[in-house]
Design a protein around this ligand. Structure first.
Ligand code: G3H
Ligand code: 13P
Ligand code: ZN
Length: 322
């Protein structure tokens, strides 16, 4: 089937109590690792591209890689989404250039300005059969070149969501309930430590999610910054020349719970980066004389596939739902 929008995916996910995984893609091996997992698990899939990915790999290369994946995976629905669209022009370029979904992220702007920018993107997108994700509230962490400190992040205010969705006409809404971008989601000071000395992050604000869902019944909610930062890959990195002390993510059982509620899309990027980097570091430590990229990218791609398979089955609950 051709690329799809997220409309049908989200309706089925909302009704079925699961979430669709949205994974960031930057090169061929990442696209292949993710899509092989989704094809095998018969899972609906969102492949997303950030401004940084477009700058790195080029819009056309990324679209063509995703189109190749669509040909290789004829039995699963795949959406191509712009992640954190910074302005109208970037959204327009993706809408004109083959994407089926865009995010306009004006969450750092004042409420009225966020509405105005989002509304403009929605009008253009809907005229072209493309759906729009918007954001209210802001997450801590690093996305593209923007680094939002924990102090500057802010939870979504549930009392604003109805007006925002009604005035913008957006199709899904990303909210801030305590997730955060990157591999260092929380400082040690924000966490407690368990008996093994492992950092335990503060729990997500399910009270905010539940109040948002009560005010927007049936409306798909999105969680960004939802990597779990698997300690096996942090260890693999640190044991093979890397230095990532105290990297910490969102516990998977909390994401599982969110997926059973109104959260229909969960964004995962950092976990794939960790899997890829750990695999490559280990490969070089084990084979210091090798220099063929096909050799060191093979285990990297396999570990991306393995982590995505685990997410689809155990975290998102979307395996078998294509
Ligand atoms: O939220 C941001 C995503 O992880 C994409 O990261 O902007 O470095 O491509 P990036
Ligand atoms: P992570 O950094 O937690 O993987 O979040 C990715 C994300 O939200 C992409 O938009
Ligand atoms: Zn994000």
């Amino acid at each position: 089937m051709p690329l799809v929008t997220t409309t049908e995916m989200f309706k089925k996910a909302y009704d079925g109590g699961y979430a669709v995984g949205a994974f960031n893609v930057n090169n061929m091996e990442i696209v292949q690792g993710i899509t092989e997992a989704a094809r095998e698990q018969h899972a609906p899939l969102i492949l997303q591209v950030s401004k940084g990915a477009r700058a790195y790999a080029n819009h056309t290369y990324l679209v063509k890689l995703v189109e190749a994946a669509v040909i290789e995976c004829p039995d699963i629905p795949i959406a191509l989404h712009l992640d954190h669209g910074p302005d109208f022009e970037t959204c327009k370029s993706c809408i004109d250039g083959g994407f089926t979904s865009v995010m306009i992220d004006a969450s750092s702007k004042p409420f009225a300005e966020n509405i105005e920018i989002t509304r403009k993107v929605v009008e253009y997108a809907h005229d072209h059969g493309v759906v729009v994700e918007a954001e209210l509230g802001s997450l801590a962490g690093v996305e593209d070149e923007v680094n939002v400190s924990a102090e500057d992040s802010s939870y979504t205010r549930p009392e604003e969501v109805e007006e925002f969705v009604q005035k913008t006409g957006c199709d899904s809404l990303a909210i801030a309930i305590g997730t955060s971008h990157g591999a260092y989601k929380f400082t040690a000071a924000q966490c407690t430590r368990n008996e093994q000395g492992v950092l335990v992050p503060p729990p997500l604000r399910f009270d905010i999610l539940e109040e948002v869902s009560r005010r927007l019944p049936g409306f798909p909610i999105v969680l960004h910054g939802s990597s779990s930062v698997p300690q096996e890959f942090v260890k693999m990195i640190n044991e093979n020349g890397g230095k990532m002390p105290d990297a910490v993510g969102i516990p998977e059982e909390q994401l599982r719970k969110a997926a059973t509620l109104s959260v229909c899309k969960i964004n995962i990027d950092s976990d794939l980066r960790l899997a890829m980097t750990g695999s490559i570091r280990k490969y070089f430590a084990d084979h210091p004389d090798h220099f063929d990229p096909r050799q060191y990218l093979t285990p990297a791609r396999a570990n991306i596939k393995a982590i995505v398979t685990h997410k689809l089955i155990d975290v998102l609950g979307c395996a078998g739902k294509a």
